[in-house]
Design a protein around this ligand. Structure first.
Ligand code: SF4
Length: 267
């Protein structure tokens, strides 16, 4: 069989092993938790997993966030093209003089062995070029798009916008899934988010609230009760309503919502 698959919204490719694992996963769960609807495979179980995207407080729970010490999945030519005219304002408005100096000298794109030879955002220090962390901690592209009332999907890398769900085109269909213990072998988010971050692991938050928090390399010991609140965890598909509607259509979002509620996946 021809091994064709790719992550939607980034030119970065699945490895042959990830394609194999993805195909096995669909075969194993099809008709049960992975249901066909039009040309989509919809992973109801993974999409109903609970997340809390309390991103602005991430630094209070973790030593480094997902935007620190790294860069996003490659954004794709169209996003870079649409973002480029806005970069000067973003730098001036939200970022530091180091960013400005670097941007004037080298621009904001790097293509090297470190980026697997994809065009990707440069790092400033060790962090994604667009991560602002001087006073508040936020994605400067995201804030700019909201303030300018521009569609987020046109400026921010799609991979960043869609966390924690994943869209994978495979064998002529699109798998709509999410970060989940059973998708770690092929999902674009891999293991790190699930194993490291409170947003993706409600059990970690329950443990820390109950005083049973295990020591983890990237997790602080005293996490304020007011952040990553247990009652703010919501299913992955609810967080990503806009992304699903934008790329798959409103009908698909409504179908997912109805099916998940019918199956009583969460209450
Ligand atoms: S583009 Fe924004 S969300 Fe994506 S890694 Fe950079 S700072 Fe984070």
């Amino acid at each position: 069989m021809n091994m064709t698959a790719h992550y939607i919204g980034t030119p970065e490719k699945l490895s042959q092993s990830e394609i194999y694992q993805c195909r096995i996963y669909i075969r194993k769960h099809r008709g049960k938790r992975v249901i066909s609807f039009h040309n989509f495979f919809i992973d109801l179980e993974a999409l109903s997993g609970l997340f809390n995207l309390d991103c602005s407080n991430c630094h209070l729970a973790h030593f480094h966030s997902c935007c620190e010490k790294g860069r996003p999945l490659a954004p794709g030519k169209e996003t870079i093209k649409q973002l480029t005219p806005h970069v000067e304002t973003i730098v001036e408005r939200y970022l530091t003089s180091s960013h400005e100096k670097q941007w004037r000298k080298e621009g904001f794109i790097e293509r090297s062995e470190k980026t697997d030879y994809y065009d990707n955002f440069s790092l400033c220090g060790e962090d994604c070029f667009f991560y602002a962390k001087e006073q508040e901690h936020f994605c400067s592209i995201h804030r700019y798009a909201i303030e300018q009332q521009l569609p987020l999907t046109s400026l921010k890398p799609m991979a960043c916008s869609m966390y924690p769900i994943d869209l994978i085109e495979i064998d002529g269909c699109i798998l709509i899934t999410a970060l989940h213990p059973e998708t770690l072998s092929f999902c674009r988010w891999g293991e790190e988010y699930y194993k490291d971050f409170l947003c993706a692991n409600v059990q970690y938050r329950e443990d820390s609230m109950n005083g049973n928090q295990e020591s983890r390399e990237n997790m602080r010991q005293s996490i304020p009760e007011s952040i990553f609140r247990l009652d703010h965890y919501k299913p992955a598909y609810v967080w990503e309503k806009e992304t699903i509607e934008h790329f798959c259509g409103k009908e698909v979002y409504e179908w997912i919502d109805t099916k998940i509620k019918e199956n009583d996946y969460f209450q």
